[in-house]
Design a protein around this ligand. Structure first.
Ligand SMILES: Cc1cc2nc3c(=O)[nH]c(=O)nc-3n(C[C@H](O)[C@H](O)[C@H](O)COP(=O)(O)O)c2cc1C
Length: 209
């Protein structure tokens, strides 16, 4: 899907991942948003866990190394973006403290009204099939509502999203490696976000012209 907005839509994909599952989804979403015509910033949030905890889990240490080349998210990335997709693994059915900490630093932007009217969407990962992806996404979406965001959830809006059956946001559970259905749905979610943000951007540009 390509976009005919006045200017390319600016998309920030901001995520936390310990053991790499959310990293895979974030990379897929960033790549698909770019293919859909957006200018994209892929960003990781800061790790807050002690080094000893990271070193105790080889998959965690490996992921930290693999994402070191991805810049750390800043407030400028949030202010810059027309649309933001946030990704988090579940932690007891909730958003990770690492991603939440980044969200909690956004108070000054919120206070200036700079978080409002952007498009927001989320993605997640859990170890159990019913382990908390939905509650994690809904918890994440609480913040989007407070931002005054325009929440674009995947729903069952097209064949790929219907097949993935994850209406709150594309999500994975660790029963297997991330499969094609999930990756295809991640792309479809990215395209849906870009298309919605492009329509809004074009409509707003036309309204002031
Ligand atoms: C402290 C902690 C709490 C967790 N809580 C849950 C949980 O409530 N439900 C679940 O299914 N998985 C839970 N997990 C597992 C991760 O959410 C899951 O492995 C996820 O896929 C990791 O994503 P990542 O590879 O991007 O880090 C927890 C993991 C940790 C370390």
């Amino acid at each position: 899907m390509s976009v005919n907005a006045v200017e390319p839509v600016k998309v920030a994909v901001i995520f936390y991942s310990a053991t790499g599952n959310v990293t895979t989804l974030a990379r897929q979403i960033a790549e698909s948003a770019e293919k859909a015509g957006a200018e994209v910033r892929l960003r990781r949030v800061a790790e807050l866990a002690p080094q000893a905890a990271i070193d105790s889990n080889p998959a965690w240490a490996e992921n930290i190394k693999a994402i070191a080349e991805i810049p750390e998210a800043t407030h400028d990335d949030v202010e810059w973006a027309d649309a933001l997709l946030f990704g988090s693994p579940t932690r007891f059915g909730n958003v990770t403290s690492q991603l939440k900490q980044f969200l909690d630093t956004l108070g000054p932007l919120w206070f200036q009204g700079k978080l409002a009217d952007k498009v927001y969407s989320g993605f997640a990962s859990a170890s159990g099939k019913h382990g908390g992806n939905e509650s994690t996404l809904l918890a994440l979406y609480n913040s989007f509502h407070h931002f005054g965001g325009i929440v674009v959830a995947p729903g069952y809006a097209n064949e790929a999203l219907f097949a993935n059956a994850s209406p709150y946001g594309v999500s994975h559970w660790n029963g297997s490696d991330i499969d094609e259905t999930t990756l295809t749905a991640a792309s479809a979610q990215a395209e849906r976000v870009v298309a919605t943000a492009a329509a809004l951007k074009a409509g707003r540009a036309a309204a002031v012209a």
